[in-house]
Design a protein around this ligand. Structure first.
Ligand code: RAM
Length: 385
C-alpha cells in the first residue's frame, strides 16, 4: 500500500522524480548533521507574542541595511509565522537562521501566539517602522495582512511569503512548500488508501478557517475527488482546529461523535493530525478510523507504529525556511526581482539546480515526502523534527 501511495503522490505532483530522493538537500542519506537536532532544540521566538507593536520586534533590525550587507548575500530579516508556539514554525525558523548564517545576514522571529491574522498586522507594522530589509511571513489570512505588507513594500522592504500565502500583490515572492494541486491529490489518495476499498466517510480537520494554504489544499483535494475513482468516498465536511492542540482535540472528538461510520480523518495541519491520532487512540478506534494528512515525522512516529496513521506526508520544513530566507536575501541584493521566469540557485538546495519563479511570483521548494512504517525512523533521524 505504502509504496503505491508514494508513487501516486508523485504522479499527483506531475513529476517523474522519486519523491523520497528528490529535490532536497536533506534526504535521509544526505541530511546534514545540523538538521538532526530535535525540534525541542529549535530556537524559540526571540520576542514573545505579548510584545506590543511598538516593542522592538527585532533587535537585529536596523533602519537601513548597508549596501555591503546586501552585496555579501545577507539581509536583515524578520520572520512572522502564523503563530509562535507551533513547532512547525520553529523548525522553519531554524532553516532561516541557517541561511542567514551561511549568507552573512540576520533573522529574528516574532508573531502572535494564536493563528490570527489581525494579530499579525502589528508585527508587520513594527518591522516596517524599524526598516528591516525583509519580512518573511506565513499569512493567517491572505487579505487581512495585505495592506500592511503593501505598505512595507512601498517603504522598500522585500516581502517573502512562505508556507501560507498573502494575497497576490502583497509580496515579492511566495515560497510554496510544494505544488498545491499535488498536495491536494496526495491527500485524496492517502484517504483513498486508508478507507477500506476506497469506500466510506471521510472528514477534514483543518487549521484556521482563513488559512490560505489549508483552504487551497482542501479545494484541490475536492477537485481530485471528482474523479470516479473516489466516488465511494463520502465527504463529511471540514472542521477547524485553529492549529490549537486543545481546539483540534475537541473537533476530532466531535467528528467521531457526529459520524459513527467515519473511516478517515484527513488533517492537513501538523497540529491537527497529532490531535486526531491521539483522539482515535483514546477512543479505541485504532484500526477502524484512520488519520492522515500533513504532519512531522517526530510528532507522528508513535501513531504510525501504533496503526492510527499508517501514512501521511510533509516537506522538509527546515529547507522551506532556508529557501525563504535565501529568496529574501536575493531580492534585497537585487539579483532577483520576483518576476515570473526568473531563475536563481541556492547552492545547498535542489541539488544546486536552479529554481524558477512561476506565475504569481511563486517558487516551489519541491515534492513532499510520504512517511510510513518503513521509512519513518529514517526521517525522524534525518529531519530531526
Ligand atoms: C501547520 C500549519 C502550517 C502548515 C502545516 C502543514 O503547522 O498550519 O501552515 O503548513 O501545518
Amino acid at each position: 500500500m505504502t509504496g503505491t501511495s508514494v508513487r501516486r503522490f508523485v504522479v499527483g505532483l506531475a513529476t517523474t522524480a522519486i519523491v523520497l530522493s528528490a529535490c532536497s538537500s536533506s534526504t535521509p542519506s544526505s541530511a546534514p548533521a545540523s538538521q538532526a537536532a530535535p525540534a525541542s532544540q529549535a530556537p524559540v521566538a526571540s520576542v514573545p507574542a505579548s510584545v506590543p507593536p511598538s516593542a522592538p520586534a527585532s533587535q537585529a533590525a536596523s533602519a537601513s541595511a548597508p549596501a555591503s550587507q546586501a552585496a555579501s548575500g545577507g539581509v536583515t530579516a524578520v520572520v512572522i509565522p502564523k503563530q509562535i508556539n507551533n513547532p512547525y514554525f520553529d523548525v522553519a525558523f531554524k532553516g532561516a537562521q541557517k541561511a542567514a548564517a551561511d549568507l552573512g545576514g540576520t533573522v529574528t522571529q516574532v508573531g502572535p501566539s494564536a493563528a490570527d491574522a489581525t494579530q499579525q498586522v502589528p508585527f508587520i507594522q513594527t518591522a516596517t517602522t524599524q526598516g528591516v530589509g525583509a519580512i518573511i511571513i506565513s499569512a493567517d489570512d491572505a487579505t487581512a495582512v495585505a495592506p500592511a505588507l503593501k505598505a512595507a513594500m512601498q517603504a522598500g522592504i522585500k516581502v517573502v511569503g512562505y508556507d501560507s500565502s498573502p494575497a497576490v500583490g502583497a509580496y515579492n515572492v511566495f515560497v510554496n512548500q510544494a505544488d498545491t494541486a499535488g498536495i491536494g491529490k496526495g491527500l485524496a489518495d492517502m484517504a483513498c488508501d486508508l478507507a477500506p476499498s476506497c469506500t466510506g466517510e471521510i472528514a477534514v480537520l483543518s487549521a484556521a478557517q482563513s488559512a490560505t494554504n489549508q483552504n487551497a489544499w482542501i479545494a484541490a483535494m475536492q477537485t481530485t475527488m471528482k474523479d470516479a475513482k473516489y466516488s465511494k468516498l463520502v465527504w463529511d465536511g471540514v472542521v477547524y482546529g485553529n492549529d490549537d492542540p486543545q481546539v483540534s482535540t475537541q473537533q476530532a472528538q466531535a467528528l467521531l461523535q457526529a459520524h459513527p461510520n467515519l473511516k478517515v480523518i484527513v488533517a492537513p495541519t501538523t497540529v491537527g493530525i497529532v490531535a486526531a491520532a491521539q483522539v482515535v487512540r483514546a477512543a479505541k478506534k485504532t484500526g477502524s478510523v484512520f488519520v492522515t494528512g500533513l504532519g512531522t515525522p517526530k510528532g507522528m512516529v508513535d501513531y504510525v507504529k501504533g496503526g492510527e496513521s499508517p501514512e501521511f506526508a510533509l516537506w522538509n520544513v527546515t529547507d522551506l525556511g532556508y529557501l525563504a530566507y535565501a529568496v529574501a536575501a536575493q531580492l534585497a541584493a537585487g539579483t532577483i526581482k520576483g518576476t515570473e521566469g526568473e531563475t536563481f540557485t541556492v547552492p545547498s538546495l535542489n541539488n544546486g539546480q536552479p529554481y524558477t519563479i512561476g506565475k504569481d511570483s511563486v517558487v516551489v521548494l519541491g515534492p513532499p515526502f510520504v512517511f510510513n512504517k518503513d521509512n519513518i525512523d529514517q526521517y525522524v533521524a534525518s529531519f530531526g523534527f
